[in-house]
Structure formats: C-alpha cells, structure tokens
Design a protein around this ligand. Structure first.
Ligand code: JFZ
Length: 416
C-alpha cells in the first residue's frame, strides 16, 4: 500500500504572517501533553471500547450517567504538564464515539446536557492554560460512530453528508470562539473514509478565517493537504513508519509532530501496564527533536478526572530531566545529521548538542559529515573539555567515562 491522496481539488493556501509565526512557536515548544478523555474512560478499556466490544449506541449512552469526574481539576492537569516540561496540551473535544466533551449547541450528546457533571472541562482547562502560559489545542474526530448523518445509506452512499459537514463546522466555530485563542485543531479519522469528500476546503478555510493563527493538523497518514500547518506522525518518529500507518509518506516542510502513548492505550485502560520508562520517553523526545519534530505524549485520565499515579510519577521524572537539560531541546532545530546508533544532534545558533543516548563500547563516537569547524567541545555544563578530532569524513568525539549519565550524555559543540 502506498500513501493514498485525496481525490478532490484543494485551493492553494497562503498562511498569514501570524500563522507562520505560530508555526515557529509551535516548533520551539517541542513537547506537549495529549489527553484522551471521554465517557469511554468509565469502562477503562480504551477509547475504542464502543467499537471493539460492539456496544450498541443506546447501551453506550448509559455511560453518560456514570461519567461524573468530581476529581477533575484543571489546575492539577496543567501543573502535571508544566512540571514535565510540556508547553502545550491537546485534548479530545470529541472522539469517534461522538460524545462532545464541551458545551455545544449542535447536539445534546455532550457533557453539559447528558451528564450530571454539568461542567465544561475544556472551558476550565482553557482558563487555567491561559493563566499558566500553556497553549491549548483541540483534537477533533472526523469519524463518528453515533450520528445518523455520518452513516451510509443502503447503496453505500452518504445520505446526509452535507448535514454532517455542517454539524462539524458549527462545532468548530464554537471551539474557536468560546475558548480563547486555540493553538491547533488536530483532526483524526480521515482514514475511515479515504475516498470521501471531507470538504476540507470549507472546513480549513473556516478555521483560518475565524482564527488565522490556529494551526491545523490532521492525523490522516497521507501527504499534507493544502491548508494544513503541521504534519503528524502516529506512534512514530518523522519518516520512520514504525507505527505502520504512514507507508510512503514523505516528510514535508511543515512543522512535524509525533504522538505517542505512555503505556499502550490512548484512553484510560485499567489493564494496560506496559508503561514506558522515563528513559524511553526522554529518548523519544530527544530523537523527535533530532528529527526537527515535537513530541505529543498522551495520558488517558481516569473516569474520576485524575491522571493515574503511574503517569504522574514518570512525568515528574521526565520533568526533572527537561528542567536540567531543556536548553538542548526547546527552541532547537534538528536535521543536522541522520540518527545514529549512539543518538542524535540538536542545534541552536552556534551550539550543537550531541545527545549520546546509547554510549558505544568504543572510547569515541563518530559524527558523519560534520565538517563545520568546531571551536570547542565541552560537557553540557561547560565545565569539562572534551577531546575531538575532525577529519574529512566527519568528527570524532571522545567523551570521558565520568560523564556517564544513564539517560543521555550531552556534549556541547560550539561551531564558528
Ligand atoms: C487514532 C484514533 O483512532 C485513536 O483512538 C487515537 O485517537 C489516535 C491518536 O489516533 O488512531 C488510529 C489512527 C489510524 C488507524 C488506527 C488508529 N488506522 O489507520 O487504522
């Protein structure tokens, strides 16, 4: 299979100056928190539970009666994200199950009308994020398991498609007018109807007209479509296709973002204990930065509204690392070299940060094709000089043993 393209014309898109600036800001942030939270969280079996357990809509709707997340506290979530070193939050406003996690007039199947919780968590998050300088983004599903107007008719035709598109436009307008400035709308579900006309021309231009600096991402696993501002990679580093979703997809000139889970599941899953270690997650963050991409790292809060303690603990450890070594991540650029067995490089102005994630058994590491003249090589804190040798083919670095750090040995190179 190769990457499938959309089959309808899209108008050329000229991003505004503000949008281009927002893209830069987005790239500099490097690290965000993804949040999958909805009525599915009640069952503790991931966000696909309705589909996977073949739960009928009427039955599934009963979950709204048990969804009363009294322990939800926007302040706590934002603090957890912030102290991990995350600069933005992307939360599910409406997932495939069709349930809206915000106050919407477009349907009654939403958190205000259908639960006794009677609070709008997106509003509370928006206010808290604004206070704390965290950007807020909304995930929005194109795919829908509940709405009549999404369903196909007997002949496999979309009977009421225009109505569905109109519904989405109404909701997107709400999301972009009632919650302050939104960093990004993050679409997902395109892959459910690859040949459908999603009317991206209308949807994207609506978003860019309402809020030109809001970036558009779409987890569609094909080449970016005109109108998009970010290219996403699911469970994957840009260009790797380890997730198996993006076969044949080329890295574009757009800002790049990888999304990944802390365990296996996106939505809360009570049996999921395949927790990634702190070291694995930092590896992912560093490798994404080395490829000029962001990491959007997911948590699936519990039905009571809390983020599970295992995640909180790991994120705290990630935060200890980012607070010490963040200089080598935030605001850097990648793409200096291809990833090496030992690690990767990030760059800021005249400084190269050599990230040795897997120390070699040799007393040196080799950086191929690094020919820029190096003026100095030191440990991350600048206190220890590091030996290096530049040859035609690249640069040898001889890190001392005592720099050993079980996560990432960072060597600073100052180039001319
Ligand atoms: C999608 C969602 O289905 C999932 O629930 C989560 O929100 C994730 C971030 O994005 O994951 C996908 C995307 C594509 C496929 C499967 C799951 N696919 O193409 O089979």
């Amino acid at each position: 299979v190769s990457a499938q393209q959309y089959s309808y014309p899209m108008p050329e898109y000229v991003p505004t100056a503000g949008n281009l600036e927002a893209r830069k800001e987005f790239q500099n942030m490097k690290f965000g928190m993804f949040i999958h939270w909805g009525v599915y969280s009640v069952l503790g079996d991931g966000e696909w539970v309705m589909h996977q357990q073949k739960i009928k809509l009427d039955t599934y709707k009963k979950l709204t009666k048990f969804f009363n997340p009294q322990d939800f506290n926007a302040k706590e979530w934002v603090q957890i994200a912030k102290s991990a070193g995350m600069k933005y939050i992307t939360i599910t406003s409406r997932h495939h199950d069709s349930f809206s996690m915000f106050d919407t007039k477009a349907t009654d199947y939403d958190i205000i009308d259908a639960t006794r919780f009677n609070r709008d968590p997106l509003k509370e998050l928006a206010e808290e994020c604004k206070k704390e300088g965290i950007k807020l983004n909304f995930y929005y599903s194109l795919l829908d398991w509940a709405r009549e107007d999404y369903k196909l008719g007997k002949k496999g035709d979309a009977v009421n498609w225009d109505n569905y598109i109109k519904f989405m436009k109404t909701q997107l307008t709400e999301l972009l007018t009632n919650y302050g400035e939104i960093g990004c709308i993050w679409f997902d579900g395109h892959w459910d109807r690859k040949q459908a006309n999603w009317h991206y021309d209308e949807i994207y231009s609506l978003i860019h007209e309402l809020s030109p600096n809001t970036l558009i991402a779409n987890n569609h696993h094909i080449q970016p479509i005109p109108g998009e501002d970010i290219q996403t990679f699911e469970r994957d580093l840009p260009g790797e296709n380890k997730g198996g979703f993006s076969h044949g997809v080329q890295i574009s000139q757009l800002p790049l973002e990888s999304c990944a889970t802390m365990a296996k599941s996106w939505g809360f899953n009570i049996n999921d204990n395949k927790y990634k270690s702190t070291k694995q997650l930092i590896n992912f963050l560093v490798n994404a930065a080395g490829k000029n991409g962001n990491l959007l790292l997911n948590v699936g809060p519990m039905p009571n509204g809390e983020i599970q303690p295992e995640f909180v603990k790991t994120l705290k450890e990630v935060g200890e690392w980012t607070s010490k070594y963040g200089e080598s991540i935030y605001g850097t650029k990648g793409g200096v070299i291809k990833s090496q067995d030992w690690g990767t490089i990030t760059k800021k102005d005249k400084t190269l940060y050599v990230h040795i994630l897997n120390p070699s058994s040799e007393p040196y590491i080799f950086i191929p094709e690094l020919n820029e003249k190096i003026r100095s090589a030191t440990s991350f804190d600048g206190k220890t000089k590091i030996k290096f040798k530049q040859v035609k083919e690249g640069t040898f670095i001889y890190p001392q043993k005592n720099l050993n750090n079980s996560i990432d040995v960072i060597i600073k190179l100052i180039i001319k």
